[in-house]
Design a protein around this ligand. Sequence first.
Ligand code: ZN
Length: 161
Amino acid sequence: MTTTEDLSREIILDHYQNPRNHGRLTDPTVANRGHNPLCGDEVELSLRISGDQLDEIAFSGRGCSISQASASMMTETVKGRTLSDVRDAVQRFTQSMANRSAAPPELDAELDALQGVKRYPARVKCALLPWTTLRESLDVYEHREGADHDTTLADDCADAP
Ligand code: ZN
């Protein structure tokens, strides 16, 4: 008999042992690193973005199976999507991990495997690390784009609090 818990463990282990989109892009638009001091997890993301689309994403890193499996699943979830879709996915996943209710039905079946982690609050940070790092990467990208494309903005905002 296979329980849901066994299945979740199998999915997580599979992503941990055979990570998808693993490595580094040679010419990334943004590269960013996240670190979880509680458990020593590290995730390094490289993204290639054209316009408002995330064309390629790769991750490398080390740490516990939850953090690395979550990174692997994340890359599969967001690759090829528009930046606003990516942000939606990050927000949905973050919210699903933050509350104890069941995952929203639109959540990817594999990501659902990570919901069991919620029973171990310390591990939630492991699962969230790649997603937080991805959100920061988008912030870096969008901030830089804004600065490049609208150089007068800085002057206009000089007196802003
Ligand atoms: Zn961890």
